[in-house]
Design a protein around this ligand. Structure first.
Ligand code: MV4
Length: 449
């Protein structure tokens, strides 16, 4: 059996991205949409479209029953979840498979394990990934917390097992504050996730965020596609990502990438995954694994020439990985700017009608976006409206081209983060690649005064 019609359980640029890969493989697509998205580009482009509910995501893009019904109605034989929404919902993956629909994603058990940060860290350690020093698992009592913290040394970080994306974390500077901050972390975790399980790690003060792209075939074979540096973030939202990282040597890349690929091979991982590390003073420390395609995947595509969505679809269809590790080369440099409909100074969302639109173009310039002139950006969803991905033979030339492409982009009628990116690309530290996860927020704070 092979996949002939994919339901895309997502919206916006990633729905378009998946549609494009599918059509290039001769596969039909089914778009699903809320009533707010009836005029969206992903609906126009798809071969079939099904309305799955009212604007709030909880009633549409997160409504499992409606999405399964849409798949049955449209006779889709596979579902691609994209990123966000239901992409890391293990129960959804199980329900899809129980309906004899191909799930274009990892095995549900692996999604579940990596969604629990304590279980993820335990698994990562067993698979040989380097960990941040800390508790062996969940920390149940203040006495245990004191013991662990004294052993690894302050400052420590209390993290929620159900957290991720930075929610439910507390930095503890010394033992005096451990008890109160740990109980605060537990209360916040209970309220946010319905689970007050926490664990403790050594707090790394000034690391970079470096993540490795991996693929497994689910039968014990796995490869890595190198790393992305995503250190430029604001409130756990990535702003600009690049590949390769400005700080890794080819030797570091192949050594860490090899460790990641071996780990995925040993767990029998299937599909695309991203292994996130903090990097400080030349050392890697595993923090989390994402069991989905990521927003920033195009920078990896640019330097490897591999279509990651095509690879995902092939694997879900039972095919072998399209290339061996030795066939994969890393050439040149790529940077992605996330363009949001928001005020570039206050970051307030700026939904509304796009009066004029013109995408940048030219050699090595890619714009992934569902925008068009006359489109109304609805207020209900994420504010990211476009991704500008630029490639260059070297990092310097990539940055020159990126500046040129940002000048060309026209998005009128709403505020966008384009001016923010233009300012960023004037900063010495960004130009030299000398930044950590702290850099952007520090700079924004200085920019205000
Ligand atoms: C950390 C850390 C420092 N030390 N863990 C934030 C989100 C979640 N994925 C893990 N995070 C962090 N974990 C230790 N032991 C600092 C962060 C962190 C961070 C990580 C990646 C990118 C941006 C960040 C911004 C603030 C904090």
């Amino acid at each position: 059996m092979s996949i002939s019609r994919i339901l895309i359980a997502n919206r916006g640029e990633i729905a378009l991205r998946i549609h494009r890969a599918a059509h290039e493989m001769g596969i039909e697509t089914v778009a699903v949409h809320s009533t707010a998205d009836a005029e969206a580009m992903h609906v126009r482009l798809a071969d079939h479209a099904v309305c799955i509910g009212p604007p709030p995501a909880g009633d549409s893009y997160l409504n499992i029953a409606n999405i399964i019904s849409a798949a049955e109605l449209a006779q889709a034989d596979a579902i691609h979840p994209g990123y966000g929404f239901l992409s890391e919902n293990a129960r959804f993956a199980e329900i899809v498979e129980a309906h004899d629909i191909v799930w274009i994603g990892p095995k549900p058990e692996h999604i579940r394990t990596m969604g629990d940060k304590v279980a993820a860290k335990k698994t990562a350690g067993e698979l040989g990934l380097p960990l941040v020093p800390g508790s062996a698992g969940a920390v149940d009592s203040i006495d245990e917390a004191r013991r662990v913290a004294a052993e690894i040394g302050y400052p420590v970080l209390v993290k929620a097992a159900s957290g991720g994306g930075g929610r439910g974390m507390k930095v503890v500077p010394d033992e005096d504050q451990l008890e109160s901050l740990m109980s605060q972390a537990k209360t916040e975790a209970k309220n946010a996730f319905g689970d007050d399980t926490v664990y403790i790690e050594k707090y790394l003060g000034n690391p970079r965020h470096i993540e490795f792209q991996v693929f497994g075939d689910g039968r014990g074979n796995a490869i890595h596609l190198g790393e992305r540096d995503c250190s430029l973030q604001r409130r756990h939202q990535k702003v600009l990502e690049e590949a390769p990282s400005p700080v890794l040597s080819e030797e570091d890349r192949m050594r860490m990438g090899g460790i990641c690929a071996d780990a995925m091979a040993n767990m029998g991982y299937r599909g695309a995954g991203t292994i996130e590390f903090l990097w400080e003073n030349g050392e890697f420390y595993f923090i989390e694994m994402n069991t989905r395609l990521q927003v920033e995947h195009p920078v990896t595509e640019a330097i490897t020439g591999i279509d990651l969505v095509r690879e995902q679809i092939r694997i879900a269809d039972g095919k072998n990985l399209s290339c061996a590790q030795d066939d994969i080369t890393f050439t040149g440099h790529a940077i992605e700017c996330r363009i949001n409909a928001e005020d570039p100074f206050t970051f307030a969302p700026s939904p509304g009608k796009v009066s004029h639109y013109h995408a940048a173009g030219g050699m090595h310039v890619r714009v992934d976006s569902g925008l068009y002139a006359g489109y109304s950006i609805p207020p209900y969803y994420d504010s990211m409206i476009a991704k500008l991905i630029v490639y260059g033979r070297t990092r310097e030339r990539c940055i020159m081209r990126l500046k040129r492409a940002l000048e060309e982009m026209v998005i009128e009628g709403v505020k966008t983060s384009i001016p923010l990116h233009q300012q960023l690309l004037e900063q010495e530290d960004v130009l030299s690649g000398d930044y950590s996860i702290k850099w952007l927020e520090d700079w924004l704070r200085e920019r205000e005064v």
